[in-house]
Write a protein that binds this ligand. Structure first.
Ligand code: ADP
Length: 454
């Protein structure tokens, strides 16, 4: 598999004239790639060292608004700069764009060059370090589900996001014929991402018209999050190049199944999976039971990091394969947490709560922190649930609205302890702002329901 490029490789390719553009990017709160396009000659000469961006980029929303209430930046403080510090281990070809490579950056304070604590990459790195201090490495995989539409983003926007037509006419779960019809988009997605150094496993049709899934082989938590962000970006860009729209909105229609991002997790030590213990039931080690106990107990606290918008909560509905309960089960897709690979070295836990809109750095960081807490406190895992978990009245509900998830985030002593008050306050404000923006809008539904009949 072609991998990342060394800085020396990049310099040679630039001098040969094969590369002329470097995308210098970081990942924002929403999980988007933001940054600048550098002329490659400038990048290899000076900008590889650092560049700058406005610090509102980690305190804005999807619309690039400037909400009040953030301690880190504001109109009062003049919206100064952050340092974007390229991580030269992440340089990779971007084969779907001519002459282009990409590098991911860490975000640092403009004056002290210390990491910015609420930057998603810094948040994940902190939890990886805590796990390493316990002697473990996490291996993670995030599945990317999304919908492809017949028309392009620009056409759909100009038509007011109405009469949306998915690319296929029927539920295409595991279908080969229907997905053959989509190969003009999906084949370049697989092949270009593979050539960009992402260990692509497969794509498949998913359980709705026009719904797709991309699987990337599990990797270290940081690589997994980097891969997810690049893949999500590439899917939109390659769909756009082919005249189609790809959306990661978790629930684009109330009568359609939503899109998820399941997160598979296992811990390793010295290259061996430590969730595996052949002497235990299901080969589920004691360590894994503690990790899962923490993961489940604190899931209401971190649900916001798996479901960050008002729309995210519309996905949690029974009979759609999206969970409603924070319990675990063995190879059962109705529970929030599914034990996969039981009885094998590949035994792992899949969190099914996250939507396709999650930010993988934040989601993985929160889940690692919860698992670490479970290990540190030797928390006891309750027995698995069985059967149709949607109907299990005793099982705890996932917070069912953004409002509830915001309150569990705000009041989480656990997250405040492991992530820091500044980080929790920052994201609580982001969550509140989403709700405030939604609450002031008069929706089509209200008008249709009440215009004549109210
Ligand atoms: P599903 O049936 O949920 O689609 P798959 O068998 O396709 O499950 O695996 C889903 C993801 O799990 C893949 O991305 C794979 O790389 C990842 N995975 C496999 N083994 C492990 C592991 N030990 N730890 C973490 N992720 C893993």
């Amino acid at each position: 598999m072609p991998g990342t490029l060394s800085f020396d490789d990049l310099k040679s390719r630039v001098s040969e004239g094969a590369i002329d553009t470097v995308l210098v990017c970081f990942v924002d709160m929403q999980g988007r790639l933001m940054g600048k396009r550098f002329h490659a000659a400038n990048f290899v000469e000076t900008s590889y060292n650092e560049t700058h961006c406005c610090n509102y980029l980690l305190a804005t929303d999807l619309e690039m608004a400037t909400p009040d209430g953030y301690a880190s930046t504001s109109w009062q403080s003049g919206y100064g700069d952050y340092v974007m510090k390229p991580d030269l281990g992440t340089i990779r070809p971007i084969p779907w764009l001519d002459g282009t490579v990409m590098v991911l950056c860490d975000i640092l304070d403009h004056h002290t060059h210390e990491p910015i604590s609420h930057s998603p990459r810094a948040i994940l790195k902190k939890q990886i370090e805590r796990l390493e201090a316990l002697g473990f490495e996490a291996k993670m995989a995030t599945e990317l589900e999304f919908f492809l539409f017949e028309k392009s983003f620009d056409e759909i926007r100009k038509e007011g996001f109405r009469n949306l037509e998915p690319i296929s006419g029927y539920n295409e779960d595991y279908h080969i014929f229907q997905t053959t019809k989509e190969e003009n988009v999906m084949r370049p997605i697989r092949n270009h991402l593979f050539a960009a150094g992402l260990p692509i496993e497969n794509t498949k049709g998913e359980a709705e018209s026009g719904q797709e899934e991309l699987n990337i082989r599990y990797d270290s938590a940081l690589n997994c999050a980097d891969h997810h962000s690049i893949a999500k970006h590439a899917i939109k860009e390659i769909a756009w190049q082919n005249g189609h729209a790809a959306t990661f909105l978790p629930k684009w229609h109330q009568d359609r199944v939503g899109s998820s991002s399941h997160v598979h997790q296992s811990l390793w030590k010295d290259g061996q999976p430590v969730f595996y213990d052949p002497s235990e039931k299901l080969c589920q080690s004691k360590l894994m039971r503690h990790y899962m106990a923490g993961l489940i107990a604190f899931s209401p606290d971190y649900t916001y990091f798996l479901a960050p918008y008002v729309n995210s909560y519309k996905r949690f509905s029974k009979g759609t394969f999206a969970p409603t309960k924070t319990v675990w089960s063995v190879d059962n897709r109705t529970a929030g947490f599914r034990l996969c690979g039981d009885g094998t070295k590949g035994v792992r836990v899949e969190c099914r709560i996250g939507g396709s809109d999650l930010n993988p750095y934040l989601a993985q960081a929160a889940m690692l922190a919860a698992g670490i807490k479970g290990i540190e406190d030797e928390m006891e895992l309750s027995p698995p649930t069985t059967g149709d978990v949607y109907e299990d009245a005793k099982a705890q509900d996932i917070p069912q609205t953004l409002r509830r998830a915001t309150e569990t985030l705000r009041n989480s002593a656990f997250l405040r302890d492991v992530m820091g008050d500044d980080v929790v306050d920052h994201y609580t404000r982001a969550a509140e702002w989403e709700q405030e923006e939604f609450d002031r809008v008069v929706t089509d539904w209200e008008i249709a329901r009440g215009f004549e009949r109210a």
